[in-house]
Each structure stands twice: as C-alpha cells, then as structure tokens.
Design a protein around this ligand. Sequence first.
Ligand SMILES: C[S@@+](CC[C@H](N)C(=O)[O-])C[C@H]1O[C@@H](n2cnc3c(N)ncnc32)[C@H](O)[C@@H]1O
Length: 263
Amino acid sequence: MLFQIKSYLKFLWNSKNEHAVHSPFVFHLVTKCFYDTKSKPEYQVLKNYRNSLLENTNTIDVTDFGAGSKVFKSNTRQIAKIAKTAGISQKRADLLFRIVNYFQPSTILEIGTSLGLATSALALGARSVGTEAKITTLEGCPETANQCQLQLQNFNIKNVELVISEFSEYFKTINHQPSTINLIYFDGNHSKSATLEYFELLLPTVSNETVWIFDDIHWSLDMEEAWEIIKKHPKVTVTIDTFQWGIVFFRKEQLKEHFVIRV
Ligand SMILES: C[S@@+](CC[C@H](N)C(=O)[O-])C[C@H]1O[C@@H](n2cnc3c(N)ncnc32)[C@H](O)[C@@H]1O
C-alpha cells in the first residue's frame, strides 16, 4: 500500500494534461477520447451489468491462479465479492468503452475475463461503431468463466468468444499461425515475469495500428520494472502511463515518446 501511495505521488508530480502534449496523435486521443465527458447510453448498460453481479450472493468454487489475487484465502467465493474486488472500476470500464469506440479495432483480445466487467465494455464499444469486432477473452477458472457466460447472455452480448484456458497454453496455440490482433487488454497475471512473457509471445500479432493496454503497471515494484522494459522495447514507439494503465503503440510514423497523463 505504501509503495502504491509513493508511486501515485510520483505519478502526480510527473503527469500532464492535454496542454503539455505536442504529439497530434496523442493530443487527439486525450481530448477526443480520454477527456470526452459526454454521457453515453452504454454506460448505463455497463452499470446494470455491474450491479446485477454486486447483488449476486451465490458462491462459486474458484481455481486460483496466484498473482493478482491476493485478496482471498478460501477458494469458495461470493460472486458479489469477486465483482467488487477483481474487476475494472466503472470509470475505467467507461474509458475502455470509449477507447474501443475511438480506435475501432476489428479484433480484440482480453487476457483475464473474471466476470466480464471489462469484457462487456469492450463488446459494447465494438458494437457501438457497428463493426461488431470479435472479442476473444481468456479465463482459466471454469466456474468463473461459466458465470461470466451466463451474465453475457443475460445482457444479450453476443460478440464475445470466451475461451477457458491457461494463458500461456492459449498463446502457444495462436503462435503457430499468428494473425493480427488490433487491441489487447492485459488484465490477468500481474507479475513482471508473466507480463514480459506475454509481451514477447504476443509480439507476432502486432500491426502498425495495434493498441495494447496493460492494467496495474504501478501495482508493485515488479510491475513497474516490467513497464520500464516494455517502454524501452525497440518495437514500441509511443506509450501513455495513466497510472492504472500503461498504453502501448507500435506506430512506425511516431517518434519514440513516453507520456504520463492524468485521466
Ligand atoms: C483481475 S481478473 C480479470 C478482471 C477482468 N478483466 C475485469 O475487469 O473484470 C484476472 C482473471 O484472470 C484469471 N487468471 C489469472 N492468471 C491466469 C492464468 N495464468 N491463466 C488463466 N487465467 C488466469 C483469474 O482467474 C481472474 O479471473
């Protein structure tokens, strides 16, 4: 906790708003997407999706994958508690919706589904621009995945393929024939080694337009080290640190530049 407070103070000290951004690409993203304060009907759907989970007092038997899941001791967990502690916040879900809406990616991968709080934002973002992008989301715990599947059905969200698999096993299968993935949301195993392993395994899926979003880059010293290594990677050009997320671009026309932006 103390680590995160120190890290946040450092972030506040270094962070800027749109006025200090000279890159037109990043300026446009910040002003038209990050700081878009207009209300959207989809925000209410995302809120309803969350509330119905928060009201669900049923329990499920969870297969625990370790890092990123420090909160629980028992493997029998209440759905409401999982939704409260393991998922994306409402504010971030709305932002994720806007990011998908802004970039209009045609293929999306989410690493770490849980109950689908972020999956629903990705899916509604894709639906709202009429592209009906295909969203693949990965979850290793079968009972959590089943619960998510039910929830997606209840909300009539159909453009999602939920794959029950350990992450590395799934990446091995796609790496036989890598095809482009336009947006990846990394929200599974928040450790340095796993983050860097997934980064390397998924590099063959990158195109010039690809956007990668890493959750919890300041969660631990370990994750901050992983973020610094990612920023330095020769294929990475622009990065944006929003404290909660590290957003990565591979656009060759951009100079290598790192932004720290308050969202
Ligand atoms: C932080 S939660 C995802 C939250 C979700 N993106 C959201 O915003 O609601 C991470 C999920 O990844 C799963 N997970 C963690 N490590 C995994 C692994 N190595 N393979 C498969 N699933 C894993 C966990 O079971 C958990 O449900």
